[in-house]
Design a protein around this ligand. Structure first.
Ligand SMILES: Cc1cc2nc3c(=O)[nH]c(=O)nc-3n(C[C@H](O)[C@H](O)[C@H](O)COP(=O)(O)O)c2cc1C
Length: 205
């Protein structure tokens, strides 16, 4: 039986995505610790505890959301949903539940267990892991776009769903506040530079 056009397209993308030896050789020689722009993004990120009301441009927001869309998920089931809270009306509604540090944009990340993969060996559902990856993509891309940000997890998902009935079908996983930092304390906090050593967190076997 002849292949459908769609499955032929799948074959072509597989070929295009396959790494050539030249690509691999470049990766081995090019990426050295400390010379990598990505490491600089990781180092410059911190949790911002107070924002100005200076707006976030649509082009930056678009890039951040695209990064969320590109996130991998278990079995590629993509159970995550993102709500962009940026209108005065929606921000006011959100602030009745959480102040969000005065950020002019808050991305609310939700997921549905029913749409996620369940690991057979122990029945663990991947929805929250998938949502955490999406939120991480959003966070690091916001940092790359020069935006301060804050991963917020200490809130009541039930109250968020009460304030936003459109989210009632989803588990509310977390929120990312984004914007420009206000001057003053807490940007970053003293916790920012307190990390365990490599020896404490890594075991090489
Ligand atoms: C999953 C997660 C949830 C968090 N939730 C909150 C929160 O609700 N409120 C808060 O003040 N900080 C929250 N944070 C920020 C952490 O406290 C912060 O990342 C940590 O203290 C290290 O500081 P740094 O992000 O500036 O490096 C959260 C961070 C993560 C990764």
């Amino acid at each position: 039986m002849s292949k459908s056009i769609l499955s032929r397209f799948g074959d072509v993308t597989k070929i295009l995505n396959r790494a050539s030896f030249a690509d691999i050789k470049e990766k081995i020689t090019k990426y050295e610790y400390g010379s990598d722009a990505f490491m600089q993004i990781l180092k410059s990120r911190y949790s911002c505890h107070s924002f100005t009301n200076y707006p976030v441009s649509d082009s930056k927001l678009g890039m951040i959301l695209e990064a969320g869309r590109l996130a991998p998920s278990a079995k590629n089931l993509q159970p995550t949903r993102i709500w962009v809270v940026k209108s005065e009306e929606a921000l006011a509604r959100l602030r009745t539940v959480h102040p969000c540090y005065g950020a002019p944009v808050v991305l609310i990340v939700g997921c549905r267990n029913e749409e996620a993969w369940v690991r057979e060996s122990d029945g663990i559902n991947s929805a929250k892991t998938d949502a955490a990856i999406v939120l991480t993509h959003l966070m690091l891309t916001a940092t790359d776009a020069g935006l301060a940000n804050m991963w917020i997890w200490d809130f009541s998902p039930g109250k968020i769903r009460e304030a936003f009935p459109e989210m009632r079908e989803h588990g509310i996983y977390g929120m990312l506040a984004i914007g420009y930092p206000a001057e003053g304390e807490g940007n970053p906090t003293e916790l920012h530079n307190m990390r365990k050593s490599i020896e404490e967190i890594v075991t090489t076997l």
